[in-house]
Design a protein around this ligand. Structure first.
Ligand code: ZN
Length: 276
């Protein structure tokens, strides 16, 4: 599943190769998939995209925004798979849920193994899409400062039950984070996934804030996680500290074997000695 860092990398790569390209044909629904949500019928998508010119893309939360000018923005969100540029449209994968071919002969494709959303909206209305509307500040947003973070944690932890992992992965409280990057954030902050937010003192809160912003930036700087692929099909350079391969191996800090638990809809990998 792409998280904010991978989508930020893909948006930047798109801006190296796509702006100015003119859509020859836009196609959705080549491969049927129950869990891809489209806001258009295939004929409508084709008619609305033909002849439009690609503008500069950006990422926000788990969404990628690709302007098709004039007048439209293509949104690809909650995507668990591939988003790929093809210098030659003949290389389009047989299985795909969206493609744009360009008048130069190049193409863009998107394929998901899990689920995803594809929306083609009028420019200026992209913030009205469900899950984008009311999106909170992401860790790359300048509004995501220490004061904002303190208020967010206080509100989220008010009932005494919400945990650190809950903050990082539930309800898009921090948009763009997911189960993958959350593991490394908790390792850096030395916090147990189940630890209630209400028990965090100022020092731990500060550490968690720094772990979030630093981990997101580190993954972007490395070109995304190594278990995802970028726009050109290359794996990212960020190897996760805590993933399935880490289980049973010694923690890099203290040597205690890394453990795995199932918690809040996904596996957690953590050091039982360092993360309390
Ligand atoms: Zn440890």
């Amino acid at each position: 599943m792409f998280e904010l860092p991978e989508l930020t990398v893909i948006a930047a790569q798109m801006n190296d190769v796509l702006p100015g390209l003119v859509v020859a044909a836009g196609t959705i629904g080549v491969s049927p998939h129950r869990f891809v949500w489209y806001d258009r019928e295939p004929e409508e998508f084709a008619a609305l995209t033909a002849g439009l010119r690609v503008g500069r893309a950006w990422a926000e939360g788990k969404w990628l925004f690709v302007p098709l000018e004039p007048g439209r923005v293509l949104l690809i969100g909650e995507w668990g798979g591939r988003i790929r540029y093809h210098a030659d449209a003949a290389d389009l994968p047989a299985k795909r849920h969206l493609d744009l071919t360009f008048t130069t002969g190049a193409a863009l494709s998107a394929t998901t193994q899990m689920w995803g959303g594809v929306h083609l909206v009028e420019a200026g209305r992209e913030r009205e899409v469900k899950y984008v509307k009311d999106m909170r500040p992401t860790p790359l947003d300048e509004r995501f400062d220490r004061a904002y973070f303190g208020e967010l944690v206080a509100a989220a932890g008010q009932d005494g039950r919400r945990s650190v992992k809950g903050l990082l992965t539930q309800e898009q409280l921090i948009p763009g984070l997911g189960n993958a990057i959350a593991q490394d954030i908790m390792a850096r902050a030395r916090l147990h996934p189940r630890r209630p937010l209400s028990t965090l003192d100022e020092v731990r809160l500060e550490g968690l804030y720094e772990a979030i912003t630093e981990t997101v930036r580190a993954v972007i700087a490395a070109g995304g996680r190594s278990d995802e692929r970028d726009l050109f099909g290359h794996p990212g350079g960020y190897a996760r500290l805590m993933d399935a391969r880490a289980v049973g191996r010694p923690c890099v800090t203290c040597g205690t074997p890394v453990e795995k638990i199932s918690y809040l809809g996904g596996a957690c990998y953590f050091c039982p000695a360092c993360q309390t």
